[in-house]
Ligand binder design. Structure first.
Ligand code: AMP
Ligand code: MG
Length: 360
């Protein structure tokens, strides 16, 4: 369960509907971006918190508003593919094919940065992450601003990424001037991050899967830290991997196994928690919901369609956090889009995992 912290608001945060007032909303937002202010905007992955990506002072405000560690770099968002040329020193050999196939869309590509990208965006790295979003409002905002927009997810650092304008308001009310409301995000998890510096390597899994990338460009590696915590002394390929992420205040436990094994173990944990005076809630799947009659649960989606689980995970974690102090969430095989789901779930759980296929 969550406690709201009192603080003095710096802004009266306005929300504009992209559906009713797209033109007016993006014009107003673009003026703020050009003035060095922040705007939260919808994308097809999660809501982004944007600033002029060529203005170091504006970019610094993102870190302040989010409470984000300054060594965690941002993604530059562009409105057309050719804009990548000003941001990268040169286009890596696989990049053109990837951009032609997956842009606009939920794929972020990393290459050597050019001199115009401020160090504040890249947290001092000599590489920069770039993405062209599919969301129409996001692209209209970037075009009207006339600059690349540097943006991380629009949550307070450590919280689950926001997939609605209300989530952004819950986290950043009073800390930013404007939120553009474009409804719920289609994918619900952040973009796939692929480094093209050296061997192509996935630093963060997303809706564009390893399998889809490999079918196009051949072998694609997956960074080791995706399904396990960073080890002491290990350097992060992607600095974001270092931090505790996506975490509600409630204790989260991930339970792995086939549907029946999982449901039985979840029920045992649920009863034990209640006996200890806790308020547990279950993040269930279509396959397991018949087991949970009379218990508190939400259905995230269908195990055979991992994208449905991805789309509702963050939103469900936020909702359940309002009611429960323990969240029992079902894991699925870490394949295809299941890899992105498990990457976020394991971090939300602080790697507290119970394997229900084992006895005990
Ligand atoms: P967010 O959009 O809030 O999820 O943050 C952007 C993610 O992209 C973080 O996990 C960063 O660590 C990662 N990222 C951005 N730029 C780079 C880069 N140059 N090298 C490695 N990872 C990056
Ligand atoms: Mg984030």
């Amino acid at each position: 369960m969550r406690r709201q912290q009192e603080e003095t608001p710096e802004y009266r945060t306005e929300i504009i509907s992209a559906i009713r007032q797209e033109e007016a909303g993006t014009i107003q937002a673009a003026k703020l971006i050009q003035a060095g202010e922040l705007v939260a905007f919808p994308t097809e992955t999660v809501y982004g918190l944007g600033a002029d990506g060529l203005n170091a002072e504006a970019v610094k405000k993102i870190f302040v508003a989010k409470g984000r560690p300054s060594d965690n770099p941002l993604i530059e968002h562009i409105a057309k593919k050719s804009d990548v040329r000003q941001l990268w020193r040169k286009i890596p050999k696989q990049a053109q094919l990837l951009m032609d196939t997956f842009w606009p869309g939920p794929l972020t590509l990393i290459a050597q940065k050019s001199d115009c990208v401020p160090d504040e965006v890249t947290a001092g790295l000599d590489t920069v992450a770039v993405r062209m979003p599919q969301n129409k409002t996001a692209r209209a905002l970037i075009s009207k601003s006339g600059v690349p927009i540097a943006a991380p997810s629009a949550n307070r650092s450590g919280r689950p990424s926001p997939t609605t304008a209300q989530h952004v308001k819950d986290d950043l009310d009073g800390r930013i001037p404007l939120i553009i409301d474009g409804g719920s995000c289609k994918y619900g998890l952040e973009s796939t991050v692929l480094s093209l510096v050296g061997e192509p390597t996935i630093l963060r899994p997303g809706a564009i899967t390893r399998e889809m990338l490999a079918a196009l460009i051949g072998e694609v590696r997956v960074a080791e830290s995706i399904l396990k915590p960073m080890q002491e002394g290990e350097t992060a390929a992607s600095p974001g991997m270092k931090y505790l992420h996506y975490s509600p205040n409630a204790e989260v436990i991930a339970v792995l196994g086939n549907p029946e094994q999982t449901a039985k173990r979840v029920l045992a944990l649920y009863r034990k928690a209640e006996a200890e005076g806790k308020t547990p809630e279950i993040a269930a799947t279509e396959q397991t919901k018949p087991f949970y009659k009379g218990k508190r649960f939400v259905v995230l989606g269908d195990r055979n369609e991992p994208e449905t689980l991805c789309a509702s995970l963050f939103s469900a974690l936020r909702d359940m956090d309002e009611r429960a102090d323990m969240i029992l969430a079902e894991g699925i095989p870490a394949e295809d889009e299941g890899l992105a789901y498990m990457n976020r779930l394991l971090r939300a759980a602080g790697f507290h995992v119970i394997d229900a296929s084992q006895n005990g």
